[in-house]
Design a protein around this ligand. Sequence first.
Ligand SMILES: Cc1cc2nc3c(=O)[nH]c(=O)nc-3n(C[C@H](O)[C@H](O)[C@H](O)COP(=O)(O)OP(=O)(O)OC[C@H]3O[C@@H](n4cnc5c(N)ncnc54)[C@H](O)[C@@H]3O)c2cc1C
Length: 445
Amino acid sequence: MKVAIIGGGLAGLTAAAYLSKETDVQGVLFERSPQLGGRAFTYEKAGFTLNYGAHAIYGLDRHILTNMENELQLTFSSKQVDKRKVMYEKGEQLTPAPLDFVNLMKTDILTVRQKVRFVGEITAMIANIHQIKHYNTLGDYLSESGADEDVKELWEHLVCSNFFITPEDARLVPGAVISDYYHNLFLSQRPVNYVLGSWAVITNQLRDKIALTERWSLAMQEGVDGIRYEQGKYLLKTKAREESFDRVIFAMPVQQVVKLLRETPWEPFLEPYEHNTATEVMVYDIGLSRVVARPFSYISDMNHKMFISDVSATDYTLIPEGGQLLQGIAYLSDEPIDGNEDRKAYLNERTTQMEDLFDRHYPGWRDAIAVKRVSKKAMVQSVKNIAGNRLLPNRIESVPFYFCGDGCEGKGELAERAFSSGRHAASLLTADLRKHKQPVLSYRE
Ligand SMILES: Cc1cc2nc3c(=O)[nH]c(=O)nc-3n(C[C@H](O)[C@H](O)[C@H](O)COP(=O)(O)OP(=O)(O)OC[C@H]3O[C@@H](n4cnc5c(N)ncnc54)[C@H](O)[C@@H]3O)c2cc1C
């Protein structure tokens, strides 16, 4: 059985690593860029290890990576972000983010009465009896909840940071999704961790697992630009070749899946997923030759919807001796902005606001820059998990392919959904192959 996987990001690498254990499966993983990892790729510059995205893991002890660690024998270390140094800036006020009971007691964001109410909400979430699961969206729940504005704002802000979406979009997250997510996260002993050494520590191991078996090959810089069906096989076309496969897994952002399947017999089935919206942000990475200040591990500017992580305060492996690595992220509005000039002005304004945030908390940063990278438009999650959007299922009726990636159905959000859907796609494919042979071990919990 010959399998093609299109996309060498976290999802595609995960699916390939699981399938490489199957002795009756051979395959090719196609990646159009020169490196693996997709949006989780890492590169080295002037002694700094820079991540295209961040490598924070929410709820590590309950995360899909824990299953993968055992099933694929991955090894990695992680470190908890110092919760006492996770701060919110609101108006002129700086206060601890209420991530746990200690911070909740310390924060000025809520009054004592509001804190009592919030503790009640957390407790109900942990016990899985929170009413929110019966509401269409977080916004619907909040508007009927009778909660004070500050409690509402706190909910929006929490969801915004865990789901990586704007506070406005946070209101659109389905109640059942919030209930599941926070039931898991509030029970976790390891709420926010970094994989020490970046996502590359994981992607390199996945790559090695695939490369170790001679049944699989990695086709780098070979973007797939066409697919057709002929005599029981799927023919994939790249600039270098056309090759036939028995099964195909799409492991790329949903927008790109839709594009690749345009003008094929399968196009109509993708139509419901065409208008999904993605989270887009501006990323402002700076590597500094010295530690200019270390007041927090994370500061969220609630006024301007942006935040800075002192990545090196948690992950000290990413910097040259004495250096500091800061990552600023600003949410971008999805309101259409007319004209190139207006768009440019908007991005310049966001850049200035970000630099002001650096100035406020990291004075001297401009003179200590060793490395700087600004990405004015980075896709964080291919499909925002909000009402109106539809995550792509791992299988679609009448479509012979398998789908995975952070825009697909799966456990968790962001990278966790990329990993979990990749694992599940591999499991579904294996189950298909074994259907008539023997009982199947499913990877899905
Ligand atoms: C700034 C930023 C910060 C982030 N922070 C976090 C965080 O802290 N925690 C977290 O969990 N997640 C975070 N994420 C999200 C995380 O990086 C993504 O969810 C994850 O990397 C998505 O993986 P994927 O495999 O689904 O997709 P991708 O990474 O997009 O992989 C798809 C791959 O397919 C390839 N491809 C596309 N089309 C073709 C084609 N036609 N032929 C061949 N190859 C093709 C692409 O080149 C790419 O390599 C962040 C993302 C960003 C941008």
